[in-house]
Each structure stands twice: as C-alpha cells, then as structure tokens.
Design a binder for this molecule. Structure first.
Ligand code: K1U
Ligand code: ZN
Length: 171
C-alpha cells in the first residue's frame, strides 16, 4: 500500500523516533509499504517518520539502472564514519523540488536489524552513504535543510508552507 508522504513543516518530522526492537508482522507490513511508497515517489530512500510512523525504520535503493536492490534497516546506527567528506546535492521527498549541497562523511559503516531479526553490518560509499546518513537523520528528527544557513532554511520552509496551503485548497 502506498502511504501519503508528510511534507515539511510537520511536528512528526522533528520528533526523535523510538527503537523497534522485536520484528513484528506490523513492522514487516510497514517496511513493505515504505518500499512501495519510495519506488512510487520515486526516491532512493524513505524513513518511517515521513509516512507518519515515528519508529526507527528506513528503506533504501540507490540503484538507478539495473535490477532493484532494496534494503530495509530497522534500528540502524552509524558505527563508523570516514574522515573524508563529500558534497552531494540532496533532495527530500518531504521537501519536494528543493535541493541543496550538504557535506557529509564520504563512507560510513552502518549496523542494523533486518526483517529476519538478524543484526547486519555493511560499509556504504557514494550515494548509498549519503542516503543512509540522510535517512538516519530523519529518525533523529533532522532534515537536510538543518545543515543550511537560517535564511536558506527559512526560504525553503516558507515555500513548503505555501505548497501545503495550495494542496489543502485543492483537496
Ligand atoms: O529521504 C528522502 O526524502 C528520500 C530522498 C533521499 C536522498 C536523496 C538524495 C540524497 C540523499 C538522500 C530521495 O530519494 S529524493 C529523490 C531522489 O533523490 C531521486 C529520485 C529518483 C531517482 C533518483 C533520485
Ligand atoms: Zn528526506
């Protein structure tokens, strides 16, 4: 099922999410819905708070051409980050049509629980590394615009408020 994606500003996007712990049928259904929602958008990642669920669940697939490579991460943690940084022009499905350069570690090692309840660990580079950090930030109530200066952040927030008013009017 495709779930509606919340648009910034929304208090649910600013709230730190709670740990999941045990993998239940509800978490498996949430992950399946999140993957469907991400591919439909389309996006390369999605975090549970973006669909209004404040739990620590993330999905990603940064393969643009070729067979899909979906990853579901429950309770993900960055356990190592490289000293070298990279700049990527990020977007966000909760901040449509707005992009800005964000500097982050170029490589990260992430540990998480998979849907079989097994602990996983993997190194990510390139877009996968940027996306993993962007999604884990969502779980801590942080958006990519929080890395920008106050004027740019305010300008984007005002555009999103206007977009939400227009969408509400259209029904
Ligand atoms: O979390 C999100 O809002 C998803 C976001 C993830 C992301 C994008 C870019 C850098 C870091 C994290 C998106 O997927 S925005 C859409 C997007 O980047 C994209 C869409 C279609 C094809 C390729 C990329
Ligand atoms: Zn995002």
């Amino acid at each position: 099922m495709i779930r509606p994606i919340l648009i910034h500003p929304d208090p649910r996007l600013k709230k730190p999410c709670e740990a999941v712990g045990e993998i239940t049928p509800e978490i498996r259904a949430l992950a399946a819905d999140m993957l469907e929602t991400m591919y439909d958008a389309p996006g390369v990642g999605l975090a549970a708070p973006q669909v209004g669920v404040t739990k620590r669940v993330v999905v990603m697939d940064c393969i643009k051409d070729g067979p899909p490579e979906p990853i579901v991460m429950v309770d993900p943690q960055v356990v190592w980050a490289s000293e070298d940084v990279t700049t990527y022009e990020e977007g966000c499905l909760s901040i449509p049509d707005q992009y800005a350069e964000v500097k982050r570690p170029a490589s990260v090692r992430v540990a998480w629980t998979d849907l079989d309840g097994l602990r996983q660990e993997r190194d990510f580079t390139g877009l996968w590394a940027t996306c993993a950090q962007h999604e884990i930030d969502h779980l801590d109530g942080k958006l990519f615009i929080d890395y920008l200066g106050p004027l740019k952040r305010q300008m984007i927030t005002r555009k999103m408020e206007k977009l939400k008013r227009e969408r509400a009017r259209q029904g």
